[in-house]
Design a protein around this ligand. Structure first.
Ligand SMILES: Nc1ncnc2c1ncn2[C@@H]1O[C@H](COP(=O)(O)OP(=O)(O)OP(=O)(O)O)[C@@H](O)[C@H]1O
Length: 366
């Protein structure tokens, strides 16, 4: 059971490669926190610094109220499971679980008690005698998890641990991670490059990019209200359709003028753009592909050149391009695009708007 505070943490690798920038984060005791971001955004570096496997260049790391910035990994009560963690070969499941505790000369009765508890929580009592090569993928992950839990860590760091497992195994293991967080009261930090995993786990999520925090909230709120162009483009499957438009005032209406088409804005959105001085300026726009649909009367807001149709997450989408930009639009199940050009309907209410300079949100979608 441990809480964690990161204060102004920086990490610079030799060659002035700054992997983590002024990172501030508080993780509560027993919390299940998701760290999500693209490859090379610094997730592993951050976890390795928490675990004591990587030196902290500057800043402080506090675990349960004690400064652990320079503490030995063994003193931190932190366990880590990596994507490439493996079981000790040539040892049974039981020996894998007990090996490192036997090395510490922990009394045999205490080790046996911990084996019983661990086996009970992970429901692996039937496989204690098995060798690693005899285990299913899910049981291999369970035993890896069990081995990490034998020391009863206060914090468990999961670094893309199940990234390469089959989707059904991933789902099973996500439940196991949530279960040990709940049953054993272990604080869990779960790093992933897959925003769908964050959505599936559903707890507090930190989005990282280039060594910094971009946004933190529940995964659903981040999806509904991205605060920057980066988060808008990263969070969502399929990704949000992003483009550039000019804000114009025509006959008293505020419109977004695209390379091929225009969308009228109404109500508060239009008023806000006017008030903030965006008329005459370019902005970034974002629309979820689910909110762009073929126009039934052929008189939609956007006209595009059709590239084809594809299935994503059990739904059919039409891929089209306008100039150099490619977009996806939601089609009816199995619908094939007709002709070379198609017209698509988009409501101004479904358009996110971002400042072209700062790339921060100007108006979200309600
Ligand atoms: N030992 C190292 N020496 C130099 N640069 C490093 C080292 N380890 C990581 N980096 C750099 O630091 C940045 C962050 O890397 P890191 O592995 O933490 O990212 P990540 O988000 O975990 O990526 P992934 O999801 O691919 O594992 C990258 O630019 C990487 O090249």
């Amino acid at each position: 059971m441990s809480g964690l505070v990161l204060r102004n943490i920086n990490k610079t690798f030799p060659g002035d490669q700054q992997a983590i920038r002024d990172f501030n984060l508080e993780v509560k005791d027993r919390e299940f926190l998701i760290l999500v971001g693209p490859t090379a955004c610094g997730k592993s570096t951050l976890l390795r610094m928490i675990g004591g496997l990587e030196e902290i260049t500057s800043g402080s790391l506090i675990i349960d109220g004690t400064d652990m910035t320079d503490a030995d990994p063994k003193e931190r009560n932190v366990a880590m499971l990596f994507k490439n963690s493996v079981l000790y070969p040539g040892m049974s499941v039981e020996d894998n679980l007990t090996f490192s505790l036997r090395m510490t000369k922990m009394p045999a009765a205490e080790i046996a008690k911990r084996v019983d508890e661990t086996v009970g929580i992970l429901k692996i009592d039937g496989i204690l005698e098995k060798m690693p090569e005899e285990l299913s993928a899910a049981d291999t992950y369970r035993v890896l998890l069990g081995r990490a839990l034998m020391r009863r860590p206060g914090i468990l760091l999961l670094d893309r641990t199940i990234a390469e497992a089959d989707p059904d195994v991933q789902e099973l293991m996500r439940k196991e991670f949530a279960n040990i967080n709940r049953e054993l009261g272990i604080t869990v930090i779960y790093a992933t490059d897959n925003q769908k995993t964050a959505m599936a786990l559903g707890t507090r999520t930190i989005v990282m990019n280039e060594g910094e925090i971009c946004q933190e909230d529940s995964a659903q709120n981040i999806y509904d209200h991205p605060e920057s162009l980066f988060v808008a483009g990263f969070f969502g499957t399929p990704r949000m359709d992003l483009s550039i438009a000019k804000v114009l005032e025509e006959n008293g209406n505020i419109i977004l003028k695209f390379a091929s088409g225009k969308i009228r804005l109404s109500g508060e959105k239009a008023e806000l753009l006017k008030k903030l001085g965006y008329v005459g300026k370019e902005v970034f726009t974002g629309v979820r592909p689910e909110k762009i649909v073929p126009a039934e009367d052929g008189k939609g807001e956007i006209t595009g050149d059709i590239l084809g149709s594809e299935e994503i997450e059990d739904a059919t989408y039409i891929r089209f391009h306008v100039g150099e930009n490619e977009f996806l639009a939601k089609a009816s199940d199995g619908e094939k695009p007709s002709g070379k050009k198609m017209s698509f309907a988009v409501s101004g209410d479904d358009v996110y708007l971002f400042d072209k300079e700062t790339e921060k949100i100007i108006v979200t979608v309600q």
